[in-house]
Design a protein around this ligand. Structure first.
Ligand SMILES: Nc1nc2c(ncn2[C@@H]2O[C@H](COP(=O)(O)OP(=O)(O)OP(=O)(O)O)[C@@H](O)[C@H]2O)c(=O)[nH]1
Ligand SMILES: [Mg+2]
Length: 333
């Protein structure tokens, strides 16, 4: 296993796409031996991670995320960036996701040497998918990609997940504010660092401008993410390649300011703490439910609750007490 880990590590540091793709497949695997190997690789690559800007992009289906990434990606490669595009797709965990299934829409990007595109990981819960995306992100950084784009479809939970793994969160909007504002939860808008109204072209331009005004007003009512910062809005057309360079300029300026103010590093640190805590909790939980004694006690406790002999709280405490007693020897009291 050591040998394979070393080979993969060297391949990734040598910027070999195949090694990177293999390592991501390992990170996505749920097999125990794959996971062990994957963790070895990640551990040796850790010192080489972190040197990128991580951008999250969200928006309702059809808003133009893929088209936007294609357009932005081309712009970035001209500026000598190396780009990795990863997807978190909560809508179809079993089919591999729709987000990047349509690679046709990123035809130019997917052919470029400096671009690495990875569709959504399959299987598992949302938490699982985003864990894998986080690890994929680290692997891409070690392989020298300096802009990581994490795409997710705007349907709720996944946006929180993605926002908690990126440095900058960009929301693409449709040019019909009235309709779309209703569908957007306030909390989601609070996650955004930038709001771009896409499809501001041809006969939709006028509507897009009106929409931008509405979004701007809506944003005024929200608490800014960092004091002294405002979430800007702008127009773009991913299809016509309008406003993309300006959008990137804004993103880079914003990130430079975050770095300068110390928010950038603080965020990353908080994200790491949050992630580690989540992982630990997941491990604890699966350990708990995997135990024979939990399974056994569970059945009899449920029966007792059903018969009215105990309460869910008392039963729950009893289970946890048994678990912590057997795992650490300590009592929870
Ligand atoms: N007029 C116009 N059409 C656009 C623009 N951007 C995207 N489209 C069109 O909108 C449709 C959806 O674009 P996609 O890029 O696939 O949208 P998406 O957000 O990735 O969609 P999902 O992956 O299904 O969530 C396509 O027909 C695009 O050609 C734009 O700036 N202007
Ligand atoms: Mg898409």
């Amino acid at each position: 296993m050591r040998e394979r880990a070393t080979k993969l590590t060297e391949g990734i540091l040598g910027r070999k796409r195949r090694a990177l793709a293999q390592a991501i497949t390992l990170a996505e695997s749920t097999r125990k031996d794959d996971m062990a190997l994957s963790q070895q690789v990640l551990q040796s690559l850790m010192p080489h991670t972190g040197n990128s800007v991580r951008i999250g992009i969200t928006g309702v289906p059809g808003v133009g995320k893929s088209t936007f990434i294609e357009s932005l990606g081309s712009h970035l490669t001209e500026k000598d960036h190396r780009i990795a595009v990863l997807a978190v797709d909560p809508s179809s965990p079993y089919t591999g996701g729709s987000i990047l299934g349509d690679k046709t829409r990123m035809q130019n990007l997917s052919r470029m040497e400096q671009v690495f595109i990875r569709p959504s990981p399959t299987a598992g819960t949302l938490g699982g998918v985003s864990r894998k995306t986080r690890e994929s992100m680290l692997l891409c950084e070690a392989a020298g990609y300096d802009v990581i784009i994490v795409e997710t479809v705007g349907v709720g939970q996944s946006e929180y997940e993605v926002a908690s793994m990126v440095d900058f969160f960009l929301m693409l909007m449709l040019p019909n504010a009235g309709d779309s504002l209703q569908g957007i939860k306030r909390g989601i808008m609070e996650l955004a660092d930038y709001l771009l109204v896409n499809k501001a072209d041809a006969d939709q331009l006028k509507r897009a401008k009106a929409a931008e005004r509405e979004y701007k007003n809506a944003l005024h009512l929200l608490r800014p993410k960092y004091s002294g910062y405002t979430t800007e809005t702008a127009l773009c057309s991913a299809l016509e390649n309008q406003g993309i360079a300006e959008a990137w300029e804004h993103v880079s300026d914003y990130i430079a300011r975050l770095k300068n103010d110390g928010h950038f590093n603080r965020n990353r640190k908080q994200q790491l703490v949050h992630w580690t805590r989540r992982l630990t909790e997941d491990l604890l939980l699966s350990d708990f439910w995997d135990r024979e004694e939990t399974k056994n006690s569970w059945k009899s406790l449920i029966t007792q609750i059903e018969q009215g002999n105990t309460t869910p709280v008392i039963a729950g405490r009893e289970l946890v007490k048994k678990f912590s007693g057997s795992s650490s020897g300590k009592s929870t009291g």
